[in-house]
Design a binder for this molecule. Structure first.
Ligand SMILES: *Cc1c(COP(=O)(O)O)cnc(C)c1O
Length: 370
């Protein structure tokens, strides 16, 4: 089957340079690191990677983690104090929710992307309390994102700090460096903490956080998910380094109009919308319905086709499977009740025939769409 459920947006997980770097690191340093970094130190590779990550994200410092889930839980638990107030988007990733809960901070959730609701809630918090706004940049199950310019302005007005999870944006957004949505909005300097993963567009495994030296030092000394875990494997670090170098070179190619992975990915996003539009203009009833359910223009390679009931979403997924496409049905509690969906993620590795083939198969879905 053709896989439309993976977050390997640039197809890097199968890239020869990443694979060669990882294999070379195994030959040189072995398969494991044997201990936590505070006990037996860090590979030079890891320090070098952290320096490149800080430069890429225009931050003072960076720290790597074994996974995005682990990073979020560790970072939030370490930075948020029980007397702090934390404001979360209602649809934040589960790892952000878990981290906020573990921190014991006063927790409030605003309506998805609703910055007026956020403002109302910020007004209710004591002026003196430390305030944090925690949000995904690109939302993993919806493919939408907040207006980061406005979010920064609101945060400044209330003296709140922003923690931004760039898992689905790092490597994809930002014309110059592809460093994420903060770069695209020109607000990198105004975001206290950015979290990114190696596991999506970077095609590997692990995660990293960027911020001031003070914040990174605080994490090194207090984040339990950093202190009490074995350092990431040499192969993961080496693959991540190759991905970061490759993505920055690729961004430059894209900017100068040359063929690039980033260009191919966004061409696939455009192709998906054009093909669906074409079916809709031909009055195809399913296409009309699908079109209605999607926010236009498509803002990301994550395309949620909200079906409604779990049963219908699973049936729609089975239908696509029979046509040769793997699109997993996402059901509650991953998404809110009554919004079960097909979550399509496009990649630079998909061919044009595969993308148009998927849209054509979608129009043949038999189950009812709410
Ligand atoms: C995938 C994801 C994570 C978790 O990252 P892993 O490296 O898979 O553990 C964290 N936050 C968001 C928004 C994600 O989509």
């Amino acid at each position: 089957m053709i896989n439309f459920s993976s977050n390997d947006y640039l197809g890097l997980s199968d890239h020869p340079t990443l694979k060669a770097n990882a294999i070379e690191a195994i030959h040189q340093f072995g398969t494991g690191t044997g201990s936590a970094r505070l006990i037996s130190g860090s590979l030079l590779l890891t320090h070098q990677l952290e320096e490149s990550l800080a430069r890429w994200k225009k931050a003072e410092s960076a720290l790597v983690f074994n996974s995005g889930y682990q990073a979020n839980v560790a970072i939030l638990q370490a930075l948020l104090q029980p007397t702090d107030w934390v404001f979360c988007d209602r649809l934040n990733h589960a790892s952000l929710i878990d981290g906020c809960l573990l921190s014991g901070a006063r927790w409030t959730r605003y309506q998805h992307l609703d910055l007026d609701d956020l403002t109302r809630r910020l007004k209710k918090a004591p002026v003196k309390a430390s305030k944090w706004i925690v949000t995904d940049s690109v939302f993993s199950m919806d493919g939408d994102y907040p207006d980061l310019g406005k979010l920064v302005a609101i945060a400044k007005g209330f003296g709140a700090q922003i923690i931004l999870d760039e898992a689905h944006a790092t490597g994809l957004y930002g014309d110059q460096y592809s460093s994420g949505l903060a770069e695209a909005f020109g607000v990198s300097k105004d975001i206290a903490v950015q979290i990114s993963t190696f596991s999506k567009a970077l095609g590997g495994t692990g995660a990293f956080v960027t911020g001031s030296k003070t914040i990174i030092n605080q994490l090194i000394n207090t984040a339990r998910g950093f202190i009490y875990t074995t350092a990431p494997a040499p192969a993961s670090i080496a693959a991540a380094q190759a991905a970061v170098d490759l993505i920055q070179a690729d961004a430059l190619s894209c900017q100068t109009g040359k063929d690039s992975l980033k260009k191919r990915l966004w061409q696939n996003v455009d192709l998906f919308s054009e093909r669906l539009h074409w079916h809709k203009n031909n009055k195809h009833p399913v296409a009309e319905k699908l079109y209605e359910n999607l926010a236009w223009p498509l803002k990301s390679p994550v395309i949620p086709i909200v079906i409604g009931s779990e049963e219908n979403a699973v049936a729609a997924s089975k239908h696509l499977e029979r046509e040769g496409f793997f699109v997993h049905a996402i059901c509650p509690p991953t998404v809110p009740e009554g919004t079960a969906r097909l979550r399509i993620s496009l990649s630079a590795a998909h061919t044009t025939d595969q993308v148009t083939g998927l849209v054509d198969a979608l129009t043949r879905i038999q189950s009812s769409i709410s």
